[in-house]
Write a protein that binds this ligand. Structure first.
Ligand SMILES: Cc1cc2nc3c(=O)[nH]c(=O)nc-3n(C[C@H](O)[C@H](O)[C@H](O)COP(=O)(O)OP(=O)(O)OC[C@H]3O[C@@H](n4cnc5c(N)ncnc54)[C@H](O)[C@@H]3O)c2cc1C
Length: 419
């Protein structure tokens, strides 16, 4: 079992220890931390003769965390004879990264870490995206009797935006919405589960894949990436550079790091306002920048903000972010003109750009953010497939459906060969 320690105990361990130590700075209500916890238990038993693993709550031991320059959770540090060794890991940490880091820090041999069979739900196929690619895949995997979950993100499927589709073979012209609804009903008819939720973090181990949303950590044997091209694009100046340095897409994951600080929530719905209220409870000085134009939604959000002392900027856009090492301020454009808000964090409550989501997974992404696939729709990682616009195939419904089906057949083959 990974032992929990406090600042004092950890300082003692680090000053006395002549051996090797891994320290996990974690936070509560942090899905990537929850995903990492079972991996660390396995790591500790796999290398019990080589090093010890400790965990420490970052929120409760803030001073030590700052002293060690730990600014996000989870962060893993490696110490050899009291000196930091190797390279720190943070955020969503894959099994490969974990083993690579201990090999690097402690010169131990690489071993196979098997993620424990969780007692809860394990999906045979987890599909990210409920557009034509994801739904076509779900029809095939669910019909083949495989436990299938489709996660439907906040961003609309591009098909939903198509006023009239005239070129889908075998069907008379119909609206994109209607076509999508038919696919959804068909997939559910074969037993697929469709849940609302944006993937915020991905951890791809060989045997188990973890997908973290705002409210859940899902476990799956195979994953089909079908997130399309419609999600939030990084259009804010310096957004990409400051990810993890003040830019976050998950207030539940990262909010606690900014307790008592000036923060901005950028969103346009009740979920974003919920995050703002949660940050307020952490004593943050919260501003809410809403790009919602409708009077009705502005009024509801404004009402909630007013009640809780949140500064509200309606019909505004964040245009740029400033700060060298970390975020210092954000610039917004409102009807009244341009304004600069001091902030240590901005929580962008929209779909996570696929590029950021995939960055740490080791998936090969080609130019224009297209996932690289082979003829069987396999990515470079075992058990991970991709289909639809995200592969930059033909950017057409029929192509997305075809790729969805091929990826499902490959996922089924993978399950046959690996179970
Ligand atoms: C206005 C318009 C008109 C079009 N007209 C036609 C037409 O007439 N004929 C034609 O063939 N094609 C048309 N297209 C193109 C077609 O709609 C796309 O090629 C097709 O929808 C791509 O399907 P997809 O499943 O890959 O992605 P999408 O349909 O875009 O679906 C992506 C899905 O992924 C989800 N998602 C994104 N990020 C995440 C995340 N992090 N976690 C969980 N879920 C996530 C989204 O919520 C969505 O459900 C049109 C496109 C547009 C924009």
């Amino acid at each position: 079992m990974v032992k929990e320690v406090n600042s004092q105990e950890l300082s003692q361990i680090l000053s006395n220890d002549k051996g090797r130590v891994v320290v996990d700075f974690y936070s509560t209500e942090c899905p990537p931390c929850e995903a990492l916890a079972p991996l660390l238990i396995e790591l500790e038993s796999l290398y019990s003769n080589d090093f010890s693993v400790y965990k420490i709550n970052r929120q409760d031991n803030r001073e030590l965390a700052l002293e060690l320059n730990v600014r996000s959770s989870p962060t893993l540090l490696f110490f050899d004879k009291s000196h930091e060794a190797g390279t720190r890991l943070s955020g969503t940490i894959t099994v490969q990264q974990l083993i690579g880091a201990v090999v690097d820090a402690f010169q131990v041999e690489a071993r196979t870490l098997i993620v424990p069979d969780a007692h809860e739900n394990i999906w045979d196929v987890l599909i990210l995206g409920a557009g034509p690619a994801g739904l076509a895949a779900a029809v095939y995997t669910a019909r083949a009797g495989k436990k299938t979950l489709v996660l439907k993100g906040k961003a609309k499927s591009h098909l939903e935006l198509a006023h009239l589709v005239e070129n889908y073979p075998g069907l008379p012209p119909l609206s994109g919405k209607e076509l999508l609804q038919n696919m959804e009903t068909q997939a559910q008819g074969f037993g697929a589960t469709i849940e609302m939720g944006d993937a915020l973090d991905l951890t791809f181990g060989h045997d188990m894949k973890l997908v973290t949303t705002r409210t859940n950590v899902y476990k799956a044997k195979t994953i089909i990436l079908a997130m399309g091209k419609g999600q939030h694009q990084q259009t804010i100046e310096n957004e990409e550079r400051l990810i993890g340095l003040g830019v976050s897409y998950c207030a539940t994951c990262d909010g606690a790091f900014y307790r008592g600080k000036k923060v901005v929530v950028y969103g346009n719905d009740e979920e974003a306002m919920d995050d703002a209220l949660m940050l307020k409870q952490l004593d943050c000085d919260v501003s809410f920048v809403s790009y919602c134009k409708s009077t009705q939604c502005s009024e509801t959000l404004h009402e909630s903000a007013k009640k809780k002392g949140i500064v509200y900027y309606p019909d505004a856009r964040v245009t740029s972010l400033s700060g060298q090492a970390t975020l210092e301020s954000i610039t917004i454009e409102t009807e009244a003109g341009t304004k600069t808000l001091e902030a240590e964090a901005v929580f962008i409550i929209q779909s996570v750009p696929s590029k950021s989501l995939l960055r740490k997974t080791g998936i090969n992404v080609e130019s224009k953010d297209c996932i690289a696939i082979d003829k069987e729709l396999r990515t470079n990682l075992p058990g991970i497939f991709a289909a639809g616009d995200i592969t930059c195939g033909g950017l057409q419904v029929a192509v997305a459906v075809g790729e969805g089906v091929s990826s499902a057949l490959s996922a089924l083959k993978y399950l046959r060969q690996n179970s």
